[in-house]
Write a protein that binds this ligand. Structure first.
Ligand SMILES: Nc1nc2c(ncn2[C@@H]2O[C@H](COP(=O)(O)OP(=O)(O)OP(=O)(O)O)[C@@H](O)[C@H]2O)c(=O)[nH]1
Ligand SMILES: [Mg+2]
Length: 226
C-alpha cells in the first residue's frame, strides 16, 4: 500500500509501504543524539490516536524507560525496559530474543496494539536492527557531532528508512552547516528520506510524526482489505 504523507521538514518522506499490526519501528543512533527525546515526542503526539507501546534498551540501567515514565508520555505498563548487558547492537541485531520477548509482552498486555517503538541503546554508526525485530528503522544523528557526520556513512545513515538529523537549534553554536548535512545525506542515501529537526524547538518534528502515523494508517488499511 502506498500513502502520500504531508511534508514536514526538508526532504521529508513522500511515500512509504506497510503491512501488518503492530508496526514495529526501531530507533537507533549514536549516544545522546536524541532517540529518547524523539520517542517521548512520538508518544505525546500519537498516543491519543494510536494504540502504542515502547521498548527501551540500555546496557546497564533502565534509565530511558524511567525517563519516559517520569515524563508521563504513556502509562507505565506500556513502557518495557530491556537491559542488554552487552553492546547495544547485539541485542537489536544478533540475539534479538530479549527484545522480541519485550514486544510480545506488550502485545499480550494490550489488545489491538498498533505500534511498538523500540529504542536501541546509543551506539555507533554501524548499528542496525534485525529485520526479524522491526519493520522500519529510523536513524537519529545530531548536528553536535559536526556537519561531516552524514557523509561518513554507515548502514544507519545510508540504509535506514528515515534519517533524522536532530538538534538543528544547536547548528550555529557548533558551527555545523545544515545545508551541507542535508546535501550529503541526500546524496549518500540516494534520495531516501531525511528530516532535519529540533526536539527542543519542535522544528520539523511533524515530519517524523506524520511518517510514523502514515505507517500505522497503511497497516490499518491493509488489514481492512485483507
Ligand atoms: N538542544 C537540543 N537538545 C536536545 C535535542 N534533542 C535532545 N536533546 C538533549 O540531548 C540530550 C540527549 O538526549 P536523549 O534523548 O537522551 O538522547 P539518546 O539518543 O536517547 O541518548 P542515549 O539513549 O543515551 O544514547 C538530552 O539532554 C536532551 O534533552 C534537541 O533537538 N536540541
Ligand atoms: Mg536514549
Amino acid at each position: 500500500m502506498h500513502l502520500e504523507i504531508p511534508q514536514g521538514g526538508s526532504r521529508s518522506p513522500s511515500s512509504i509501504e506497510t503491512d501488518s499490526l503492530p508496526v514495529k519501528i526501531g530507533i537507533g543512533g549514536p549516544v545522546g543524539s536524541g532517540k529518547t527525546a524523539l520517542v517521548a515526542e512520538l508518544c505525546r503526539s500519537l498516543s491519543g490516536r494510536i494504540n502504542l507501546g515502547v521498548v527501551t534498551n540500555d546496557i546497564y540501567t533502565t534509565e530511558d524507560a524511567e525517563f519516559l515514565k517520569r515524563q508521563g508520555v504513556l502509562s507505565d505498563d506500556r513502557i518495557v525496559a530491556v537491559q542488554t548487558g552487552c553492546c547495544p547492537h547485539t541485542a537489536i541485531r544478533d540475539d534479538i530474543s530479549d527484545n522480541q520477548a519485550a514486544v510480545e509482552s506488550l502485545v499480550r498486555a494490550h489488545e489491538g496494539l498498533e505500534l511498538v517503538i523500540i529504542e536501541s541503546g546509543g551506539d555507533n554508526l554501524t548499528a542496525t536492527f534485525s529485520a526479524g525485530l522491526v519493520d522500519k528503522q529510523i536513524f537519529v544523528v545530531d548536528v553536535a557531532g559536526g556537519d561531516k557526520v552524514p557523509r561518513k556513512g554507515g548502514p544507519g545513515i545510508t540504509r535506514s528508512d528515515l534519517l533524522v538529523i536532530n538538534k538543528v537549534d544547536l547548528a550555529t553554536l557548533v558551527g555545523a552547516d545544515l545545508a551541507v548535512m542535508e546535501r550529503d545525506a541526500w546524496e549518500i542515501r540516494q534520495g531516501a528520506p531525511v528530516v532535519l529537526i529540533s526536539l527542543r524547538t519542535d522544528e520539523g518534528v511533524i515530519g517524523v510524526v506524520n511518517w510514523v502515523s502514515a505507517l500505522v494508517e497503511g497497516a490499518r488499511q491493509m488489514l481492512k482489505i485483507a
